[in-house]
Design a protein around this ligand. Sequence first.
Ligand SMILES: [Zn+2]
Length: 447
Amino acid sequence: MNKLDDIVSLCKRRGFIFQGSDVYGGMAGTWDFGPLGTSLKKNIMDAWWKFFVEDRTDMYGLDAAIIMNPRTWVASGHTATFADPLVECKECKSRFRADKIADNINESVTTEEFHATHTKCPVCGKENWGPIRKFNMMFSTHVGAVLPGDDKEVSEKNIAYLRPETAQGIFVNYKNVLDTFYPNLPFGIAQQGKAFRNEISPRDFILRDRECSQMEIEYFVHPDTWEENFEKMRALSHEFLENILGLPKEEIHELEVPEADRAHYSKRTIDFMFDYPNGEEELMGLAYRTDFDLSNIARESGKSMEYRDKQTGETFIPHVIEPSIGVERLILAVISNAYTEDEINGEKRIVLKLSENLAPFKFCVSPLLKNKPELVSKAKEVYDILKKKYSHVTWDDSGNIGKRYRKQDEIGTPKCIVIDFDTLEDNTVTIRDRDTTEQTRVNIANL
Ligand SMILES: [Zn+2]
């Protein structure tokens, strides 16, 4: 097994991440977070929110609707251009993203260019391809009552999309925030939420899924200052990934995205790449979106998106710097960085070295023996004290103490606290450190 398989297996075994709709055989490109995965995800999202929103004075939070007026996606360009090059094998009818099965071509590949690569079908091995067709990745749905048999016009009028990015929820609320809070430039609007992409071939565990959570900021700046603000967001992104999440600096690589590969709205993009178990993959993006979105909204809606400088009276449409993170990608980076195999007294051990601020539980409390009522009741007492103080505390009295340590190591609990017979005498407990496995004796009052 490679490391990614080990991680997938651990995530399932310990209740971090399950295949979506597992009981029905799964649903491709969807994943469900179990009790521990939910905690980890929440801790990561809360850390981001605190760092980028709560601890700053230039950020505003937002929680916009997932289903938006379809004109949003006409204005944003998604209706026309949010598409992947789809190619079908005429022999076995399998469908693929052309740029993912052939080398040295990008998303704008033409039929001729693709055929010239002489790629063989990954399923049947033949080379008999249809034309490249553009496949729009937005999930569509109908809003309101649409019945089978309704004419085409009725059903088309009711079409809406699940948002393919959270960004547009921010852009359509830019004016609302401006008119209610009167912020000075530069200021940002931050949002966390679900986004949907109908990937042709979801793969690589939670790296490329059809439903994901995003954390995005649109940072509005004076056009003349975009470069310095781009640098500011670039530095903040590194600080968040490295200092707050503890991802190793040397495993994060910046990739200056060449013009041909950039999204249609971007004048400059840096992809932050991460060394995942199966190779380098995008972790987050930092894009300079110019005034593309606000200008499009102004055109489509007929409403002014201008900002008026309170001092100089200058009027203009702000430009935008966008740091954008997919939460699942970040979770996989955090887990694969934390995943460690070592040896303790000649025995192989799996340990998830999550930092204390991210671990689902900070402490595990247990009585040395579960059939000694005096130990159990003392341990309950300690558990209640810690639970009140730190909240992320778990209780474990299953199996023997060695098994408990193993389990807590695998789910990343930094400290295990054990109540034994000495505790009853002198009120001290054993604290066992996850990473070093060292044990120290501490008074309950000092926990
Ligand atoms: Zn085929």
